[in-house]
Design a protein around this ligand. Structure first.
Ligand code: PHE
Length: 455
């Protein structure tokens, strides 16, 4: 085969949107956003997160989709190709590399948490009756520190992901997302209403939207920035790869606004479903990774039809997690496929096996089990991988993408690719040229200043 192979395309604008929303909406919104908001102290963190989604994330989302569509290759291939066309250094391909490798690292812990969701789906089938704060906390703790079951669940979750990716994203994914993503949205609205009526909604609203700016510091701001990128699936090659399956007639800016709105909407819904339960039952909002697993089962145990609702919830959350996991694996698979021409099924299995091994460390690193209490810079394996990707690779990757489209591609070519109205284009261009690099840069400079200079 001469040169890199070209990808297939989405069958319609609607399937692209569902797939992109499927990538964006996942554990980042329903698992990560609530617990990070809880740890970050609530309102101030939430508002900073939302500001980052729309001021920094959305422009980068548009940039990534347009780079993918123009390149028509894997993130590494697209970055190299566009840099060459614009007469820029080949080194820009590093942004693609960082994305592809970052995606593999994220998937290695994402699929562990995906396994927890699968396991809870099984638990939900027999119901959560009698669950109170103590019991749900204990059940979660017992499960994640078990040496065997989380590994089986992690394996099962990855197997599903690999299975879909090996069929090709378009074929494997389009069917799954067409009505399951909308169903998740409807269910979350229902859960939020249930929480609002039966638990402490006022406390949740106050916690999530009444900012206590004193709780904010540079570290929580960086966390919120990373979460904005994470929840929008940015800087890990996923969105660029999905962009490469786009045809020229698709309106990128409009799609990006829809994706960002759906993404932050789901995060807020999840928060509004979870926090009323946290406050009504005296759970700890800062309890970290177990938050969603210890709160919602209490509600499922009490509501009429809770077995059905609970099962449906964990089923749809599994789907949401799988549609995101697919987009984490796809960039690496599409790169190897395009470079070597090896069958994508084999590639997906090889890469997936490596990810399984890396993920097993994360699963065993949950305190108290097989690996004991190993900690690196005060973090377990999962926390460490999360920190490196969420707080370093994603913000920096996003910053370089913004700099690339803002300063290294000619304005005329960007205009042509995006076909926006002049006025909207100007706003977007200003955001990627100045606001995104300065915002990300400022957060990093303050962190370095605080840790290195101020001590
Ligand atoms: N956005 C996904 C989620 O919120 C996770 C993800 C991050 C997927 C980066 C792809 C790339 O669950």
């Amino acid at each position: 085969m001469a040169g890199p192979t070209q990808h297939a395309h989405w069958s319609s604008r609607w399937t692209f949107l569902l797939a992109a929303v499927g990538s964006a909406v996942g554990l980042g919104n329903i698992w990560k956003f609530p617990y990070e908001a809880g740890e970050g102290g609530g309102g101030a963190f939430v508002l900073v997160y939302l500001a980052f989604v729309f001021i920094v994330g959305l422009p980068v989302l548009i940039a990534e989709l347009s780079l993918g569509r123009r390149g028509q290759l894997s993130p590494i291939g697209s970055m190299a190709k566009i840099a060459a066309e614009e007469g820029r250094s080949k080194a820009w391909a590093i942004v693609g590399w960082s994305g592809v490798l970052g995606g593999v690292i994220v998937l290695s812990f994402y699929s562990v948490v995906g396994g927890w969701v699968l396991a809870y789906l099984l638990k939900a089938l027999s119901g959560f009756s009698g669950y109170d704060a103590a019991m749900s906390t204990q059940t979660f703790g017992n499960f994640v520190t078990d040496p065997v079951n989380p590994i089986i669940a992690h394996f099962a979750f990855l197997a599903i992901t690999i299975g879909i990716v090996s069929r090709g994203v378009q074929g494997g994914l389009e069917k799954a997302v067409t009505f399951l993503m909308p169903a998740l949205f409807v269910l979350l609205v229902g859960l939020m209403l249930y929480s609002a009526i039966t638990a402490d909604f006022a406390a949740a609203l106050n916690f999530l939207f009444n900012p206590d700016w004193g709780k904010l510091n540079v570290n929580t701001v960086l966390q919120a920035l990373g979460l904005a990128f994470f929840s929008l699936s940015l800087a890990l090659g996923s969105i660029m790869t999905y962009g490469s399956y786009l045809t020229k007639d698709m309106n990128i800016p409009q799609s990006a606004v829809t994706i960002a709105a759906a993404d932050s909407g789901v995060a807020l819904l999840a928060g509004l479903a979870i926090f009323p339960i946290v406050f009504a039952y005296g759970l700890n909002p800062g309890q970290s990774v177990g938050l969603v697993f210890t709160t919602l089962p209490i509600a499922f145990g009490q509501m009429p039809g809770g077995v059905i609702v609970g099962t449906l919830f964990f089923f749809l959350l599994t789907v949401a997690a799988v549609t995101s996991a697919i987009s984490l694996l796809e960039p690496a698979v599409s790169y190897v496929e395009e470079r070597t021409g090896i069958d994508r099924k084999k590639v997906a299995v090889y890469i997936g096996t490596g990810i399984f091994a890396m993920g097993t460390l994360s699963a065993w690193g949950q305190s108290g089990n097989v690996l004991g209490n190993i900690s690196i810079f005060g973090l377990d394996f999962m926390g460490l991988k999360d920190f490196i990707t969420n707080n370093i690779m994603m913000p920096l990757g996003g910053m370089f993408i913004a700099i690339f489209v803002g300063w290294f591609i000619s304005r005329k070519n960007m205009m042509e690719e995006l076909t926006m109205e002049e006025g909207t284009f100007k706003i977007w261009y200003f955001l990627v040229r100045y606001v995104c690099p300065v915002a990300v840069g400022a957060v990093f400079v303050s962190i370095i200043y605080n840790t290195v200079i101020a001590g």
